[in-house]
Design a protein around this ligand. Structure first.
Ligand SMILES: NC(=O)C1=CN([C@@H]2O[C@H](COP(=O)(O)OP(=O)(O)OC[C@H]3O[C@@H](n4cnc5c(N)ncnc54)[C@H](O)[C@@H]3O)[C@@H](O)[C@H]2O)[C@H](O)CC1
Ligand SMILES: [K+]
Length: 223
């Protein structure tokens, strides 16, 4: 189910506020939004690259939470899936922690690798960037930069969740490094930064994935 195409791109703050209004005024639990994001992104990944092993890189926040949800839906579709989590699962909070626990209970392979991930990425047909989304601005701290560089070196189709990690969703500026996606699956609405600077080099083609918020709410933000 694709959202209304006529909606204009939004800022990261606008999309984050949509989350809040959906919860507070439309009684939508945030985990429902994340599950919709995960299922919609998994369906898009199936359409883009129907076969081959998928490695999902999960960050510490809700962008990572989307990745855990996607893994379960891809497994349901019969795909070989593996998750590399950048943080121990007991460090996760809220919806991300919930989705991680569900993925773990589902028997999905989840590793928290200490060293480099380059060799493990060699077996991937698809690499999904669930590292950072609207809650982060470049430059990347900690191991995020190392993982982005490893992913960019790999011979795989790269798909970013919401925003390519390292890219500023509002200005379109790409930090060094920035995930170089062939496809970006962005939630609720496209982001204003995708049309600026050379963002297209890092987003690849962009698809908007519905997270199930009411059209009435989206139109309030569309101006
Ligand atoms: N309405 C929607 O669009 C929905 C979006 N969803 C997804 O949620 C993320 C936003 O999640 P949030 O937890 O707010 O932020 P992130 O996951 O992007 O990152 C938070 C995480 O990252 C750390 N951090 C911040 N800056 C940096 C940095 N420069 N380097 C390293 N680490 C950084 C910070 O400390 C936190 O730990 C959105 O993009 C969507 O993917 C929901 O799933 C559904 C509704
Ligand atoms: K991302």
């Amino acid at each position: 189910m694709q959202p209304v195409r006529s909606l204009p791109p939004m800022t990261c703050d606008q999309v984050r506020e949509i989350d809040q209004v959906a919860m507070n005024r439309y009684q939508m639990p945030s985990i429902v939004l994340m599950e919709n994001a995960g299922r919609g992104a998994a369906e898009a990944i199936q359409a883009i690259v129907p076969d081959g092993r998928v490695v999902i890189l999960c960050g510490k926040g809700n962008n990572g939470g989307d990745g855990f949800a996607i893994a379960r839906h891809l497994q349901l579709a019969g795909r070989g899936v593996r998750i590399f989590a950048i943080a121990n699962l007991d460090e996760l909070k809220g919806d991300a922690a919930t989705q991680a626990r569900i993925a773990q209970a589902s028997g999905i392979e989840i590793d928290v690798p200490e060293g480099t991930i380059d060799s493990a990425l060699n077996s991937a047909e698809v690499i999904v960037d669930g590292l950072l989304g609207t809650g982060a601005k470049p430059p990347l701290r900690g191991r995020y930069a190392e993982w982005v560089e490893s992913a960019n070196r790999a011979d795989a189709t790269r798909i970013a969740l919401d925003i390519p990690t390292g890219l500023d969703g509002d200005t379109g500026e790409a930090g060094e490094p920035t995930f170089c996606a062939h496809h970006t699956l962005t939630f609720a609405a496209s982001k204003v930064g995708f049309a600026k600077a050379n963002a297209g080099i890092h987003t690849g083609d962009v698809q908007v994935i519905s997270i199930g918020v009411p059209l009435k709410l989206l139109r309030e933000f569309a101006g």
